[in-house]
Design a protein around this ligand. Structure first.
Ligand code: GLP
Length: 246
């Protein structure tokens, strides 16, 4: 695991975007794993700038999102369908028909999740996955206790995660859906490269557990210790509890 500590959100976005561009550069059929939440927003801004400068071509890039809420429509402004449409398609310039988001509204989630996994495999797998980390160490929406072998599936959100995400729903925790569909940990681990962003003091405990703690389902992100190609981009506040800077 390579840890890069940067001074602010701008530098985090720049470093992560450069790592993404480099990871996709050699692929004739590039596949990007995209995340929602606030952490990757400056990465998307930098990718958009790189595209405008002609240093990154979004046209051939296909993308798969990590997760989606259940119980809200894809048209809801805080659905991850909507967030990905705004931040990844409209901002960075990926073509909407090249971008898929997990099937949060599926009536038959088991077969829809299997179909999502099949589409990822048919695309050749993810070249580089952008990740954030939850304050409780979740990746995607894989909450503590998730199996390292888990695949795309329905999950219940913990009270902590619903509380953390209430800020996207006008501060009303009761409006945050109780369930989601998320890529599994086993799914995420198949990405060839992972770029994880962590910013702010609220991520310091989760990041330290991920980097320095035991590999345990209690901190789902800790399984990334076993992945061969992970770049962590953290600001000073998020890095403040790390045992050492590597
Ligand atoms: C959300 C998302 C995750 C995201 C994390 C952190 O619940 N499902 O994919 O990485 O929580 O969000 P943020 O970057 O806003 O802190």
């Amino acid at each position: 695991m390579e840890i890069l500590v940067v001074k602010d959100e701008y530098e985090a976005g720049r470093a992560a975007a450069e790592a993404v561009i480099e990871a996709l550069a050699d692929s004739s059929s590039p596949v990007l794993g995209v995340a929602t939440g606030s952490s990757p927003l400056s990465t998307y801004r930098h990718l958009a700038e790189a595209a405008a400068a002609g240093r990154f071509d979004p046209a051939p890039v296909r993308a798969f999102a990590l997760d989606e809420y259940r119980g809200i429509s894809p048209e809801h402004p805080e659905s991850y369908h909507a967030v990905i449409r705004r931040e990844v398609c409209e901002r960075v310039g990926l073509l909407p028909e090249h971008v898929r988001v997990p099937p949060g509204s599926a009536e038959d989630p088991v077969s829809a999740c299997a179909e999502y996994e099949a589409a990822m495999a048919a695309a050749g797998g993810v070249d580089v996955q952008i990740l954030g980390i939850g304050s409780n160490g979740h990746i995607g929406f894989n909450e503590p206790g998730s199996s390292p072998e888990s695949r795309t599936r329905v999950q219940r959100l913990t009270p902590q995660t619903r509380q953390d995400n209430a800020r996207f729903f006008g501060g009303r925790v009761e409006d945050v859906p109780e369930e989601c569909v998320t890529q599994g940990i086993g799914t995420i681990l198949e990405a060839r490269r992972i770029v994880l962003l962590a910013q702010g003091e609220s991520k310091a405990g989760g990041l330290a557990a991920m980097v320095n703690g035991p590999v345990t389902p209690e901190c789902p992100a800790s399984i990334l210790q076993r992945h061969p190609s992970v770049l962590v981009v953290a600001d000073e506040a998020a890095a403040s509890q790390l045992a050492r800077r590597i």
